[in-house]
Design a protein around this ligand. Sequence first.
Ligand code: AMP
Length: 223
Amino acid sequence: MNILTFGPNGSGKGTQGSLVKQKYNLAHIESGGIFREHIGGGTELGKKAKAYIDRGDLVPDDITIPMVLETLKTKGQGGWLLDGFPRNTVQAQKLWEALQAEGIKLDYVIEILLPREIAKNRIMGRRICKNDPNHPNNIFIDAIKPNGDKCRVCGGDLSARSDDQDEAAIGKRHDIYYDTNTGTLAAAYFYKDLAAKGVTKYIELDGEGAINDIKDKLLAQLA
Ligand code: AMP
């Protein structure tokens, strides 16, 4: 099974993606993660990409597109869930052309919908437990509100990640995501149009619900 996922930063896309990946035993291919590996390994590609990533800009398509297509070929043979790519209409078209050229079926495209203001609050409300970063705490989400200023799971001290409090950086990333002309939502709609022609399936999920409800709705739609 081959799946594309779309959702703004703060929508729970990563969480839902991991659940789906585990259930169907898919390679989880994250463009941001591939860049981070290259930067960590000090490769030429990593050096080129770093300046863009540090600024919160997209890495140019002539670097990103071949890198992702190559990873799909090498790691995605048994099915993949692609996360973070495509992020604009050029990437969406190139991916589609590559899939067609290789005879690879795109089974599902998932879009998690979340209004921009709520996505921003979710990011800014995230709190990290000093004992375990996976303990969910968010001052703006009722289901996972901390106990006062302590972790709701273990009572540990909480702190906020500095990049989660950087409104300018969050704004820049959301500008790219919510751009319906050439940005990430435009890329999602490129696939929505293809789904209307019956060549793939497009699943829309309301990202405002609880993680488990979204997961149940999602899994019910993946055959
Ligand atoms: P992410 O972990 O998905 O938030 O990605 C981290 C950074 O990697 C982004 O802010 C971009 O600079 C870069 N990046 C990831 N995916 C792409 C993409 N599809 N196109 C261009 N740049 C990307």
